[in-house]
Design a protein around this ligand. Sequence first.
Ligand SMILES: Nc1ncnc2c1ncn2[C@@H]1O[C@H](COP(=O)(O)OP(=O)(O)OP(=O)(O)O)[C@@H](O)[C@H]1O
Length: 623
Amino acid sequence: MSTQADQDLEAGICKPKLQTEPTLPIYLKFTDVTYKVTLKGMRTTQEKDILNGITGSVNPGELLALMGPSGSGKTTLLNLLGGRINQPTVGSLTYNDQSYSKFLKCRIGFVTQDDVLFPHLTVKETLTYAALLRLPKTLTREQKEKRAIDVINELGLERCQDTIIGGSFVRGVSGGERKRVCIGNEIIINPSLLFLDEPTSGLDSTTALRIVQMLQDIAEAGKTVVTTIHQPSSRLFHKFDKLILLGKGSLLYFGKASEAMVYFSSIGCSPLIAMNPAEFLIDLANGNLHDVSVPSELEDKVQMGNSEAEIRNRKPSPAVVHEYLVEAYETRVAENEKKKLLVPIPLDEQVKLKVSSPKRQWGASWWEQYSILFWRGFKERRHDYFSWLRITQVLSTAIILGLLWWQSDTDSPKGLQEQAGLLFFIGVFWGFFPVFTAIFTFPQERAMLSKERAADMYRLSAYFVARTTSDLPLDLLLPVLFLLVVYFMAGLRLSAGPFFLSMLTVFLCIVAAQGFGLAIGATFMDLKRATTLASVAVMTFMLAGGFFVKKVPIFISWIRYLSFNYHTYRLLLKVQYEDITPTINGMRIDSGIMEVSALVAMVFGYRLLAYLSLRRMKLQSGA
Ligand SMILES: Nc1ncnc2c1ncn2[C@@H]1O[C@H](COP(=O)(O)OP(=O)(O)OP(=O)(O)O)[C@@H](O)[C@H]1O
């Protein structure tokens, strides 16, 4: 009897019609790959072996699965093969017999486990933006948009193309559809090599089967596909061409997936009951021989026990089984496999060399990239700006302030002093939140930054400018509303000129404070450290802002010049009172040129710092 999945597969729902455009074939070989990390303790430094001498290969048209228990090194191996971490400590890794070069990046698609997608964009928008940004310049906009539609059809996403992706707070597409969008994001550029980390985790077996069926089709279209997989069902297991089984970072099996059971039975390990092959293999890799025959070589190493059950289930310890499996593979298979890898790959020298040739054309000009990224950012974030929560926060603060300073008196010096307090608070309020919202930007988008290869200098600058300007038009709206309410209720000057100048001042303060947040976020790329520094800095800026302390010792008084609160406060005072009084609350009202210049310098200076920090991050991580 055929299941729903079979019917779906036959009906072509998940069987993509893959594109026929030529793909550069890439043969991936890896020999004796060993990877160690250095762990730094309080006093000692020690090396930890993550992978020990892994050898294998995968050819165009093949689907290689990396299997093993949790912590066995699958993700590390996948990251090494995909060029996402430094080259192996020992061993060799070649692509068409050439070593890794940065030009390979544009031929590699990498789908990570927690891939980054914008929650408020629809499936179609997500893939269209990816196509516009990443496809070569030689294609027209229409051709790129068509490519996005083709990928939607290939991946069977037609029905949900207008649904938003969704995230933790908004409902969107299903888990399986989300995974397909992530895969679509990568295959849109027609990569030669596709790497996937646990593409089926969290999915039911039918959806998982669809995904793996799709990977098989992608491989059949001439691509080289490598995926890690946790515990596949037996139907899913049979879809893999090749298999690597890892146990504690060592190779227990590499070869055709269909021959794995034969190999293990040849070394004396066969299931004693009907079992899913994947389950059997993971049990073995864990050193667990329950319901599995014990190889004759291990019979004298069985664990002794006292209880009846222990005597009946006498098995060798997991460590002994692991050692046996590693040794069996090394003595019976490894040498043979290594010899096979010495055979040159069946490609022309010229084709081979293409993997390291700088053929990549930019997906779009700087300006096009900027405008695509701007509109994408604008679409994604407009929901945040118009959320009721945000509007309520701003409006209720404005109303409370308005009530507290209700129609304040401007005729007495005391009344003016009180109003100055309100103006100071306005500067603090609009200088505080932008820092803390901007601080999250880059640490949160770190994965996106490297994913989109934003770390290429050209793309990074377009991304940076778009990311730091797409919010600005929206950033203006709520302050206008806020100031209108507060000024009206508190009886401050609401005529066009002064109100416009106050608005401009608050806007400068917001943009400078955002720059400060962006710079801290980009410099630390770590939310905890960034937030700690920001809270100390914001508090210092506020105290140095000139309202609370007026007689500041000379050796610390310079801090006020770094404070956006200080300059905002002085400017707001000037706009309100320049025609009324020369000094207010201990502050002399002057031309305001210095304050405007300081804020403008902060707007650009902090952003420049943030940009340089992102560049530095790129150089360090090699992203
Ligand atoms: N940079 C690192 N520093 C310290 N330990 C590391 C590092 N990278 C990996 N490891 C360790 O190496 C082992 C293998 O990790 P890896 O993530 O590759 O396993 P995995 O097989 O993918 O596991 P899972 O299925 O749970 O994702 C783990 O014990 C992990 O803690």
